[in-house]
Design a protein around this ligand. Structure first.
Ligand code: KG4
Ligand code: ZN
Length: 332
């Protein structure tokens, strides 16, 4: 049995979790900074880093307490090395290394995107591989072919805005709060019958995505003199995003002949995307529950378990990797 204490701090959640054998989260504590960033309508990197510093130790203590675990039961400490906000990553990575050093535990630098994918291994049933993984978050929209743990091929991704970023920007255009996904989705659910249809960027012949044109279309519609109700716009926007993401993920799955489709990242919490993907897929679809879709440390513990090969002494010099890393997350 391998028990990992994992820490996540790449954006605006400070999180710690105790994860057993990469399959079971004995605890998963998330301290969100969302209220702090709501005032500015988005994350201010320095503010985020300072808040991680305040929250880190209490969150770790709570994770150990919730898991009813003592330090003696922990075999290694893992933390997100990237991608993410540099300052935010520095606090979590070095805080985690400091703890590992003090407790004489080895350290596992972990990739955030691989973490989102591995959240699917915290489900009761283990996803069959190979799989298509669609990672949709505030910072990323990645379509990956996962051949095995640690073996990924990037098929495509967004050419401009990430899917979550599009939700956040559209929320702002509609006068809704940050983060934008949940309020846009709630407003969309309240829409009555309407005729609003927004564009879809198919980028045929590629596994890439684009959401900036859709965002501009929303902007123009909101500003037009005969603008439809905001709920109808939110509904058409959500449908456009869910349509393109689900159709392209299913097409890639059929072409690559995979055994399952894995949805991951904050936008995987979106009910319509979950529904569309399940309706269209001809292989089993795995989607973590919403609290394991948005940023959390349990997913980092799940990914770290697959990279025990990257375990290093805590005093090893390590840098954060703010952009997509190639070492931990063996993208080829
Ligand atoms: O994975 P995550 O927590 O952080 C990043 O790594 O970016 O994803 C956050 C993103 C935000 O853009 C948020 O608006 C979006 O996920 N999100 C949603 C929903 N819940 C969160 N988007 C659509 N529908 C939701 N229910
Ligand atoms: Zn994330």
């Amino acid at each position: 049995m391998t028990t990992i204490l994992a820490i996540e701090s790449s954006c605006d959640e400070t999180s710690a979790a105790v994860v057993v054998d990469g399959r079971r989260a004995a605890s998963n504590v998330v301290a969100s900074q969302q209220e702090l960033h709501a005032a500015t309508g988005g994350v201010v990197p320095e503010v985020a880093a300072r808040q991680h510093l305040r929250a880190l130790v209490p969150v770790v203590r709570q994770a150990l307490a919730d898991a009813e675990t003592s330090w003696e039961a922990i075999d290694a400490i893992a933390a997100t090395a990237g991608p993410g906000l540099p300052g935010a990553l520095v606090v979590g990575l070095n805080g985690a290394r400091g703890l590992a050093f003090a407790r004489r535990l080895p350290f596992i630098p972990t990739d955030h995107i691989e973490g989102h994918v591995c959240a699917n291994w915290l489900l009761p049933e283990e996803p069959p591989l190979p799989a298509i993984a669609l990672v949709v978050s505030g910072g990323h929209t990645e379509l990956l072919l996962m051949e095995a743990h640690g073996r990924y091929r990037r098929l495509g991704g967004t050419r401009d805005d990430a899917a979550g970023e599009a939700f956040d920007k559209v929320a702002r255009l509609l006068g809704l709060g940050y983060p934008g996904g949940p309020p846009v989705s709630k407003l969309a659910a309240s829409a009555g019958p309407h005729r609003v249809r927004l564009p879809r960027a198919w980028l045929r012949g590629t596994d890439d995505f684009s959401f900036s044109g859709l965002k501009t279309a929303v902007q123009q519609l909101v500003a037009s003199p005969d603008a439809p109700p905001h709920a109808a716009i939110a509904d058409a926007f959500e449908e456009s995003v869910a349509d393109v993401l689900s159709v392209k993920a299913v097409r890639a799955a059929e072409r690559e002949g995979v055994a399952s489709i894995l949805l991951a990242g904050g936008v995987a919490a979106n009910p319509r995307l979950r529904a569309r993907l399940r309706e269209r897929a001809s292989v089993p679809v795995f989607i973590p529950p919403p609290d394991l879709c948005t940023d959390n440390a349990a997913m980092i513990g799940a990914a770290a378990y697959r990279h025990l090969d990257l375990m290093v002494p805590a005093a090893t010099a390590l840098d954060v990797r703010p952009t997509v890393s190639r070492r931990a997350f063996a993208l080829r």
